[in-house]
Design a protein around this ligand. Sequence first.
Ligand SMILES: [Zn+2]
Length: 651
Amino acid sequence: MGSAYTTIVCDVIARYKRMCGYDVAYVTGTDEHGVNIERAAEKQGISPAELVERNQKIFLDLWKLLGIQYTHFIRTTETRHARAVQNLVRRTLRRSPEAIYKSKYEGRYCIYDNLYVGDTPEPADCPTCGRPAELVSEENYFFRLSAYQGKLLDLYAKNPQFVVPDFRFNEVKSFVESGLRDLSISRKSIKWGIPWPDDPEHVFYVWYDALTAYITAIGFVDGQHDGPDFRCWPADIHAMGKEIIRFHAVYWPAFLMAAGVELPKQIVAHGWLLFEQEKMSKSKGNVAYAEPIVKVLGNDALRYYLLRETVFGHDGNFSRDALITRYNADLANGLGNLASRVVTMIRDYCGGVVPDAHTPHPQTVHGNHADLIAQFSFGHLSEIRGFYDRFEYANVTERIWNLIGAVDKYLVLEKPWALATSPAQRESLERVLYDAADSLRVIAALSHPVIPDATHRIWEQLGQAGKLADVRIDQLQRGGLEPGTRIRRPEGVFPRVDKAEASERIEAMEQEIRNPAAAAAASAGQAAGGSGAGAGAAPAPGAKITIEDFAKIELRAGVVKSAERIQGADKLLKVMVDIGDEVRQVLAGIAPSYAPEELVGRKVVVVTNLAPRKMRGLESNGMLLAGSAGPDGKAVLCTFTEDIAPGSKVK
Ligand SMILES: [Zn+2]
């Protein structure tokens, strides 16, 4: 979710800038070198190349799912990138030969965060992840960062917006003011990296390599024979999570200064998404995943929620409950409902054609109409653009949703459904519906960078030709809807969801992602969750688990004491199972296959260490193993033919 957040924000920036008439290069990619990749691959028994191939596919699929419109994707294992990194260092050695030197390095390094934790051999914990950092001792190439303190402080002084938000800029400045230590930029102990030019025993430190990807992607070769897209450099914005701001705002500008390459204009750092007040981290296992949310609620729902609920720059709290509440309140009942009402009324009352505006003379504009016009004034619309420009997305979305509220209120006060009953009120009816539809057009354009899919569908329903993305947001104003335009069939863009059911479906998919092996072993049990199941529980082909992984699943023999149906859930049975030292309540999705009375006395296999889950207000504390038979996936319970005492371990 962390990477998804960064990438969604960049996509909003890119789409917004394009709608302001800019030609935007949007670079993203995967950082594929480093000792943590090397070790992760070793642990999985595959080569680093195979691992990064697998990882980058996951990202490419995710960006597609999230509707990310990047223009350049760079993998740091590409040949062109190795050339660019080597050329950047050669260029540095030519222009600033004193900037790089060879020396012995001894210190502590966090392999998970690629971070030098301490420059002495003393044991130290990583400030980012808290794990003990590893001892590194070897001869390295160093970058003379200490010589760039004054130049960096100069840069900051001349560019008061170089880092946003402000409070992060202050952290960066105090870090630099407190003095900079030279930085090791090569590694001898690992193989998985870009070789140092003319000294291939060394590979580049992963950050020197990764940062350079920004310029490789748009055609940096050596500053002399750069590709045509390199005209887009320097970047207007680099955006990232706050934990890597130092690399972007201190090291990277220093590397570029030494090489004589122009610097990026602005570094924008967002906060962390907290989950239960802790930073989400794959290694801690407290990660929310984007994919299940998109599959259940759609791409726009996640984008909207992340931008609306987080004050950009600060840490935000991720909550599935708040996400679904926002979805129903703001998207389904808010924008979705307004759009379908307006389009439906034009179909029913105006023969499916945008009516005449009957624009009144400014001096005769009456109350409700005047109020609506005031909401869509030039001042208000440019204020929203100002929020976009300053990355204040909570304000962007709040203001746009105020506009939706204003149109809703206008309709409630003007009651077009009542006006439609009287031919004498025809002109008023047409004016009201024109205003509502034209306002909807403006709202769709304003919110397009945030929720691209739904707004485009609204755009089409309003009968608009061309792409919504081609509309100039900086030239947007009321009255642009052409009377006589034929609208299309109304179609809901955000169907309401049942909160409990949506939450269960998301959770079930998340559990499969977190623990694909357990999910596959217990796939019938997933169905038992009554939880949508069948969401692709199979592990990636070729993925093997170790015996230790398997041993994490605690399986025991059980005997069913009682079973009953659950009201309102036609697939679920509430089963009480004796597992030796206790009787567990397990909810199993086997009602289509078994009558409750058939089950009593039956020997079953129970997953006993599954985290408890609530379904239909009841707790399920475990899972019954079952086979999934035939095309309908009929559940067939696993059992024992010989005697076995309840509670016996199954392995
Ligand atoms: Zn760490």
